[in-house]
Ligand binder design. Structure first.
Ligand code: HEM
Length: 145
């Protein structure tokens, strides 16, 4: 169970980062280029919401089955975690959830905007912050181990 969920979370992460990067920079480039908001812009932004939500669900399951998740806090106590253990068990999940919330808010807010510029601006701001946060707390060393 643990290994399957861990592998799923690990590979799904490529898709999340790829789609989130594309959606973020698509919005930024089109904002700067004063482009129209087309169907493909909606699709890529929505796709980022969907893949990140799936990652959130897999991550939540992983949190309860991984020795590096809740188990590590139970065993060592909050104060006994090394900085790496704290990153994986506390910072990464917390910031991951925050990132997904920002993506969801950004997507829902852009729908209420009436001009293309405002839509692209909303997506750029929310997705870019989520992108930075998520990237800043990925346990890179275990990912590529
Ligand atoms: C939303 C974006 C997220 C991305 C892109 C992401 C990505 C990753 C990556 C690349 C790893 C390293 C995988 C490996 O070592 O093979 C990882 C590990 C982990 N993630 Fe996430 N994650 C996200 C959200 C979450 C959330 C929301 C939670 C929990 C609530 C979570 C819980 C975990 C746990 C517990 C591990 C350690 C797994 C282990 O090696 O045992 N992740 N994540």
């Amino acid at each position: 169970m643990y290994e399957t969920v861990q592998i799923l979370h690990s590979y799904w992460a490529y898709l999340v980062l790829l789609i989130l990067t594309l959606a973020t920079f698509n919005a930024l480039i089109k904002l700067l280029g004063k482009k129209e908001f087309k169907n493909n812009d909606l699709r890529i932004s929505l796709f980022a919401v969907i893949v990140s939500h799936v990652q959130l669900l897999i991550g939540l399951v992983l949190y309860f089955v991984s020795p590096l998740g809740l188990e590590s806090i139970k065993t060592n106590g909050m104060g006994g975690l090394t900085s790496f253990a704290r990153q994986v068990a506390v910072e990464h999940p917390f910031v991951g959830i925050l990132g997904v919330i920002l993506i969801t808010i950004g997507f829902s807010k852009h729908k209420k905007k009436l001009t293309a510029a405002k839509k692209f601006k909303t997506i750029t701001i929310y997705y870019f912050i989520a992108w930075l946060l998520i990237l800043s707390r990925i346990p890179w060393s275990t990912w590529f181990d």
